[in-house]
Design a binder for this molecule. Structure first.
Ligand code: MOS
Length: 741
């Protein structure tokens, strides 16, 4: 496969469309008679709407309609079935009743001829509230009762812990974080009365899911909704499942019989389109004096809204990551007055690994052992949670290669011992892990008489490189150059494809593209048997390489370009259409990616400055489909990890439930000044189980482990152990006066 395009550092095929402005994002569409909807959002965090007085606003220039719970047309509750690609972000239809569950919940929508008119009128809608105190902190919420929502158990964890000679008993907290993609949520809804059909122009990580939920909420057949999302300015999870503004746009459009655009402003991106829940993890590790785990216990409490159950599993890694005879993990949801949480890059495992990997470091410190050594002493040679063998696991090699490249053996474990000029260096490391999945996908490949190919599927490219992966696989199977392959994605009128989430899109679409390409090639070979040059030949004796059809036993140069065969028979193109899904073989294995982060922080105690000065990630993520887009995923995740570790936290005013840092000035994400040169190595061992190339997907794994590597490095430099993210200078100042550990 040496001349294969697979794995080459191809630039994204959509890159030039984006930088030249040719790529049309959801809000870039324009329609005749387009009107604008602006939401009125609740200014209380709990209670009910007493009354809405829209009289003044209704008379304002350009105002066409003001929708609220008193006049909204009927909307239905969606079925909420993730497996069937019909999961909403928030299941409550907007304006269903007068209840207010969270600050920033839509309570009315003003539609006007211009955006400015709608914005102005929205500020003149008078809403009376009956407010009750909101709950926006885990420690002030009603404690959950009954069975935990997630559970892991083997052996006897409680007595294993009691009997262990070495015990660690600590609690870790991760705050609410907000996704903040550059492209904000927005919908343009176009109702076609003649066809009785809605077309929704969206920014969606799952157009098929969005379409399915839309048909349920709006109460129309699936065929009556088309969802289009050709380009997405990233999502990080908050665009996986649809949110209320989309239904408001649709209803508005049907009501007025005009296209309606509803944008979610940045402030409401913090309330009504999901967030990472706050999660508290009470971790207890029991171990022998030489660091072998005897018991691992993680008791987890996480927030969700009063509207929806929402769980992100933090106890699965508790069970599978290390070898340990006695394990217990329980996880419970706690209701708060926020919008419904939603997956944010690496859901479950990212917070889980902050706790588990921090605890492993605290154990290493306690036992005076090297942190990598402690991990190797508890290396899991199979998945002890499921009992299944790994499909492929090279974590040991990731630790070793990382340690070598980072220079780990030069690390002096003594706190504050590694000086460089005015700064004290701290070194940290952590494991990363993320499961490999595969869903269903249908792909259509057409080889065309002009020598090009076209591949289409309703999956979408959220900025990760899916367009490019499609072109690469078609090119690899047909020999048609990448620049002659057109890829069409992000429209529910195309063959159904997966949601772009869970890092499973690449692994999911590869088999369908691969097999559809082969099927199209076979159709060409069959046609070739009627072509004069090969007349009478058995199609099986022919093959297609470098876009040329030739006898198996002769070089490509002896054959003819495939398009000549199509042209000679007056065919516009020949098709391969294939649907693929998970296999039985997959069920025999535990399929996960692994890796290790190594980082260095520099602490200047004179000016209380903590900065990240070095980062290395070694990733065992199966075969890399594209060296450039793969690297981009890991680097992007580490930038996000620096944000998670040092900056990100959504802060609520406990009196009102208002997220007070609801903007880019106050909610800080890592920027260039926070990020050093990042290095990333892929081990590139194909996974033999998941698909034809052995790719496992790498969208989320890079974020797992980042925060614990950072807090560990921070401890090493400062002696302060941060168990509640983010690391803040105030916490380091407070901690530096009292000795920890
Ligand atoms: Mo990912 S949080 O499934 O977009």
């Amino acid at each position: 496969m040496s001349d294969s395009v697979i794995g080459q550092p191809f630039t994204r095929i959509d890159g030039k469309w984006k930088v030249t402005g040719r790529a049309k994002y959801g809000v870039d569409y324009y329609f005749d008679r387009l009107v604008y909807g602006v939401g009125v959002a609740s200014t209380i965090g709990n209670g009910r709407v007493g009354g809405i007085d829209a009289a003044e606003a209704e008379k304002m220039p350009g105002v066409l309609a003001i929708l609220h719970h008193g006049n909204i047309e009927h909307l239905y509750h969606p079925a909420n079935q993730f497996e069937d690609q019909s999961r909403p972000g928030e299941s409550r239809p907007p304006f269903e009743d007068d209840r207010v569950y969270y600050y920033g919940q839509f309570v009315a929508l003003v539609i006007a001829e211009t955006f400015e008119q709608a914005l102005d009128a929205a500020s003149h809608v008078r809403v009376d509230y009956e407010a009750k105190p909101p709950v926006v902190r885990l420690d002030r919420a009603a404690q959950p009762t009954g069975e935990p929502q997630a559970h892991q158990a083997r052996g006897d964890a409680e007595s294993g812990f009691q009997q262990a000679p070495v015990k660690l008993d600590v609690t870790y907290v991760t705050p609410v974080e907000t996704h903040n993609p550059m492209e904000m949520h927005a919908t343009i809804a176009v109702w076609d009365k003649a066809k009785q059909k809605y077309t929704l122009y969206e920014t969606s990580q799952g157009v098929v899911n969005h379409r399915n939920v839309a048909s349920q909420v709006l109460g129309v057949p699936m065929e009556s909704v088309e969802v289009i999302s050709r380009f997405i300015g990233s999502g990080f999870g908050c665009k996986l499942f649809p949110w209320p503004h989309s239904w408001l746009a649709a209803i508005g459009s049907r009501h007025l019989e005009r296209p309606v655009k509803v944008s979610v402003p940045r402030t409401l991106m913090f309330t009504t389109v999901g967030h990472r829940p706050t999660i508290e993890q009470h971790v207890r590790l029991g171990a022998t004096q030489d660091g072998k785990l005897l018991a691992t216990i993680n008791e987890v409490r996480q927030s969700t809204s009063f509207i929806d159950a929402y769980l992100e599993d933090c106890v699965d890694p508790t069970s599978m990551l290390y070898s340990c005879p006695n394990v217990k993990g329980t996880q419970r949801e706690i209701r708060m007055n926020t919008g419904t949480p939603t997956p944010m890059r690496g859901p479950g495992r990212t917070p889980s690994l902050f706790a588990l990997e921090s605890a492993m470091d605290e154990l290493a410190v306690k036992l005076n052992l090297d942190p990598i050594d402690v991990r190797l002493r508890n290396y899991a040679d199979k998945d002890e949670g499921s009992g299944k063998p790994w499909s492929s696991k090279r974590l040991r090699e990731a630790y070793q290669m990382g340690a070598e490249r980072f220079g780990w053996k030069r690390r002096n474990p003594k706190v504050g011992s590694m000086r460089k000029g005015d700064e004290i260096l701290g070194w940290g490391m952590a494991t990363m892990t993320w499961p490999g999945h595969r869903q269903e996908a249908e792909v259509h490949v057409r080889l065309l008489a002009d020598g090009t190919a076209r591949a289409s599927c309703a999956t979408q490219d959220i900025g990760t490189g899916t367009y490019t992966i499609f072109a690469e696989v078609v090119s690899d199977r047909t020999g048609i150059p990448v620049d002659k392959i057109q890829v069409v994605l992000g429209d529910t009128s195309l063959p159904p494809g997966p949601t772009s989430g869970g890092s499973f899109t690449t692994a999911t679409v590869i088999p369908a593209i691969y097999q559809a390409s082969d099927k199209a090639v076979n159709a060409v070979l069959k046609a070739a048997a009627k072509y004069q040059g090969f007349s009478g030949a058995d199609p099986k004796s022919l093959k297609m390489t470098q876009g040329r059809v030739h006898p198996q036993d002769k070089p490509p140069s002896s054959g003819v370009p495939f398009q000549e065969i199509l042209q000679s028979q007056n065919l516009v193109g020949l098709d391969g259409k294939v649907k693929t899904g998970p296999t039985d073989e997959m069920k025999k294995y535990s399929i996960h990616s692994f890796g290790a982060h190594f980082c260095e922080v520099a602490w200047d105690p004179e000016i209380l400055r903590l900065r990240v000065s070095r980062w290395l990630s070694v990733v065992d993520g199966g075969r890399m489909m594209n060296a450039k887009t793969a690297r981009n995923q890991i680097l992007g995740a580490v930038v996000m990890g620096i944000g998670m570790g040092m900056l990100e936290e959504t802060v609520y005013d406990t009196r009102t439930g208002h997220p007070i840092n609801n903007n880019f000035a106050d909610y800080m994400v890592a920027v260039n000044a926070d990020v050093p040169e990042l290095e990333c190595i892929f081990l590139d061992y194909p996974d033999p189980v998941l698909n034809e190339y052995g790719a496992r997907g790498i969208g989320e794994i890079g974020l797992t482990g980042c925060a614990s590597a950072l807090t560990m490095a921070t401890y090493h430099a400062t002696g302060v152990r941060i168990r509640e993210l983010p690391i803040r200078i105030e916490k380091l100042m407070a901690g530096s006066v009292k000795e920890e550990n």
